[in-house]
Design a protein around this ligand. Structure first.
Ligand SMILES: Nc1nc2c(ncn2[C@@H]2O[C@H](COP(=O)(O)OP(=O)(O)OP(=O)(O)O)[C@@H](O)[C@H]2O)c(=O)[nH]1
Ligand SMILES: [Mg+2]
Length: 261
C-alpha cells in the first residue's frame, strides 16, 4: 500500500509538533518545475495542506513542515516551482539561494514523468549546487496512461543520484522516497552527480578561480558553482558572498582582490 495522509502525514506531523525540542535532525528541500506535484508530495509527507502556487506575486513564502522517519525528524521545505536556478525571477532566486546558502541536508527534485526532458534541465542545475539529491519522478500514473516508458535505473545511473518513481496523488512510491532520502542523508547511498562540462575556455577559467574561492570560503560552499556564477557576473551571488564573508570576517582583499576586481 502506498503512503497516504492518514498512514503517514497527519499523524507524523502531530507527533513532531509534540516534541519538546523544535530542532529537526535533517532539512530536506523540495525543488522542481511548477506543477510537478511538489506540494502534493509535501502534503502527503507532512499532513499539511499547501495549495498549488504557494509563491504568487511579490511576497515569496516558503512552506515548511515536518515528518518523522525511524525516530528522526525531517524538516521539509517546499520551494517555489522554477524552470531554472539562474535567478531570473523572484521564485528562481528564492529556490537557488535556499539551496546554496541554507544548504539543506538533501534536495528532492520533483520532476514530471510526462515531460522528463524539460525537467532534467533543472535537475542538472541542482546537481551543480549540491550532490545530495534524490530525483522524484512524479506523475508516473500519467506517464503510464500516455504509454511513456521510463527506465528509472538507467536514469539514476546517468545522473549519479537515486531516482524514485511516484504517483504522489495516490501515495504511490512515497515510502520508497522517504527511505531513499534517509539513505542519502545518512550516507548509505553515496551520490556521484553528473556534472555538465562547459567549453574549454570556461573550464579553464573555473579551474583558475576555484582555488581562489576555496581560500575565501573553505568548504562552506560549492566552489565550482560559485566560480561559474562569478564568471556570469551574478550580482546576487556576489552580494550574498560578500555578506557571508563579512559575517565570518574572513574577507581579505589580498586573497579576494582578483575575484572582486
Ligand atoms: N495524476 C497525477 N496528478 C498529480 C500527481 N501529483 C500531483 N498531481 C496533481 O498535479 C497538480 C499540481 O500538483 P501540485 O502539488 O500543486 O504541484 P506543485 O509542483 O506544487 O506546483 P507549483 O506549486 O505550482 O510549483 C495538482 O492538480 C495535483 O493534484 C500524480 O502523481 N499524479
Ligand atoms: Mg506547490
Amino acid at each position: 500500500m502506498g503512503l497516504t495522509h492518514r498512514s503517514c502525514g497527519k499523524g507524523v506531523n502531530k507527533e513532531s509538533f509534540h516534541r519538546a525540542s523544535d530542532k529537526a535532525d535533517f532539512v530536506i528541500a523540495l525543488a522542481g518545475n511548477p506543477n510537478t506535484g511538489k506540494s502534493t508530495v509535501f502534503n502527503a509527507l507532512t499532513g499539511l495542506h499547501q495549495h498549488t502556487g504557494n509563491w504568487p506575486g511579490k511576497t515569496v513564502l516558503r512552506a515548511e513542515g515536518r515528518y518523522i522517519n525511524q525516530g528522526q525528524v525531517y524538516h521539509l521545505v517546499d520551494l517555489p516551482g522554477t524552470y531554472s536556478l539562474l535567478a531570473n525571477s523572484v521564485e528562481e532566486q528564492v529556490a537557488r539561494d535556499y539551496l546554496c546558502f541554507h544548504k539543506p541536508d538533501a534536495t528532492v527534485v520533483v520532476v514530471d514523468a510526462t515531460c522528463l526532458e524539460r525537467n532534467l534541465n533543472l535537475v542538472l542545475q541542482v546537481l551543480e549546487i549540491t550532490p545530495k539529491v534524490v530525483v522524484c519522478v512524479n506523475l508516473i500514473d500519467e506517464a503510464k496512461r500516455k504509454k511513456i516508458r521510463l527506465d528509472i535505473e538507467k536514469l539514476s545511473n546517468h545522473l549519479g543520484v537515486p531516482v524514485v518513481a511516484t504517483a504522489a496523488r495516490d501515495g504511490e512510491g512515497l515510502e520508497q522516497l522517504i527511505q531513499t532520502i534517509a539513505q542519502v542523508v545518512n550516507g548509505t547511498i553515496k551520490t556521484t552527480p553528473f556534472q555538465v562540462k562547459y567549453e574549454e575556455k570556461i573550464e579553464r577559467a573555473v579551474a583558475h578561480l576555484e582555488p581562489l574561492i576555496k581560500q575565501l570560503v573553505g568548504t562552506d560552499f560549492n566552489t565550482r558553482w560559485l566560480a561559474l556564477r562569478l564568471l556570469d557576473q551574478d550580482e546576487v551571488v556576489i552580494k550574498a558572498l560578500r555578506k557571508h564573508l563579512k559575517q565570518r570576517e574572513v574577507f581579505t582583499p589580498s586573497i579576494g582582490g582578483e575575484l572582486w576586481a
